[in-house]
Design a protein around this ligand. Structure first.
Ligand code: FAD
Length: 345
């Protein structure tokens, strides 16, 4: 049986969540589908404990707090979430509607679609050494969901990007020892983080270290991962003991099924205009990290702006005869009613 609705949002990251809000202000309800079992996209999955500093009017908040705040903000609009199911098919129908199908067999009939799919069905790049897979979720991790679990541990972090550097800095205070291993001298991450890490390593060599080398294998005792085999730039081999191994090799961008929906794509991103953030298929919009247009910056605030304009375009599509007015949330009685704040000073 098909769920009939006005809008389906694909992706429950920050852009998809704020899309619910912007549509809600205009009186439009949405269903939200995400392949992950929880809302929050990259924020909740990849860096929930890390601080974000560039959300307007929020000088600092953790990534998870941002998601929690977005959930609180959209509460009046009661979106229906369908989590743990990837949208695998999007099919335009004759009546300007769309049929969406998820991998679990749920079917939606909808008048508009917003793809807020971020990096697509993203997966962290895996460590490619024999036996790595069987330690995943034990002592080998591709994300940190509970940093307290790492307290007092000897940690080895692999990678040279922001995630590897940021976690090395953040965990330096709680781990017994943090060793960052990168395959070459140049880091991809922020130069300020590299400088901080090198300072820390010089100040507290017993707690923080960084090494240049290639991982060549794992050291195991019974079923347990207890170290890694490293080859230095000069070709010497040595082993590095550890309690936990954190691998931050980045994400492999993979649009997944979205690539097969016939939308205009440029380098694995969906092309949109900058007036409505509509794709090459009228009625299908794309906001957040998944879209591309001249000057695009993959920032959370870009997704917020795009969601606002897409909402107006969707309102026009759903109700072409209704004249659109820009209303302020401060003063609009209809918006107060929708927000459930009528009569509140
Ligand atoms: P995402 O957060 O990627 O969410 C997309 C969602 O869509 C995912 O949950 C995915 O599962 C789902 N999805 C994809 N395809 C499908 C499908 N077919 N069916 C169902 N679901 C699907 N940005 C900032 O502005 N400031 C920062 O300080 C900052 N720090 C960062 C630090 C790190 C370590 C990282 C990795 C990113 C950082 N970013 C930061 C970037 C920011 O997280 C992204 O710009 C933001 O998450 C994009 O939001 P989104 O909603 O567009 O996509």
């Amino acid at each position: 049986m098909s769920i009939e609705t006005d809008v389906v949002i694909i992706g429950a990251g920050p852009s998809g969540l704020f899309q619910v809000f912007e549509l809600g202000l205009l009186g439009i309800r949405a269903h939200v589908v995400d392949s992950l079992p929880r809302v929050g996209g990259q924020c909740a999955t990849l860096y929930p404990d890390k601080p974000i500093y560039d959300i307007p009017a929020l000088p600092v908040c953790s990534a998870q707090e941002l998601i929690d705040r977005l959930l609180a903000q959209i509460k009046p609009f009661a979106p229906t979430f369908h989590l743990g199911q990837e949208v695998v098919e999007l099919e335009p129908l004759d009546d300007e509607c769309f049929r969406l199908t998820t991998a679990k067999g749920a079917v939606f009939g909808t008048r508009a679609v917003v793809i807020a799919g971020g990096l697509g069905s993203f997966q962290p790049r895996r460590l490619r050494v024999p036996g790595a897979q069987r330690h995943e979720g034990q002592r080998l991790h591709y994300k940190v969901t509970d940093k307290e679990r790492l307290r007092g541990k000897r940690l080895v972090i692999l990678g040279g990007g922001d995630a590897a550097l940021d976690w090395a800095l953040e965990l330096a205070d709680i781990a017994a020892r943090v060793t960052l291993v990168h395959r070459r001298e140049e880091f991809r991450g922020a130069p300020a983080s590299v400088t901080r890490l090198k300072h820390l390593a010089a100040e507290r060599p017993d707690r923080v270290a960084w090494l240049i080398g290639q991982i060549r294998g794992l050291v195991e005792q019974g079923d347990e991962l207890t170290g890694i085999k490293l080859e230095s730039l000069g070709g010497e081999s040595h082993t590095l003991p550890l309690d936990d191994l954190l691998v931050f090799y980045g994400l492999s961008p993979d649009l997944g099924p979205i690539a097969r929906w016939g939308l205009a794509i440029d380098k694995r991103q969906i092309k949109v205009d900058t007036e409505k953030f509509e794709t090459s298929l009228p009625g299908v919009f794309a906001v957040g990290d998944i879209n591309v247009y001249p000057g695009k910056k993959k920032l959370i605030l870009s997704g917020f702006h795009e969601a606002a304009l897409a909402a107006f375009a969707i309102q026009k599509r759903l109700n072409p005869e209704v004249k659109q007015y820009l209303q302020y949330t401060t003063t609009s009685p209809i918006m107060h009613e929708r927000l459930g704040v009528s009569g509140v000073l």
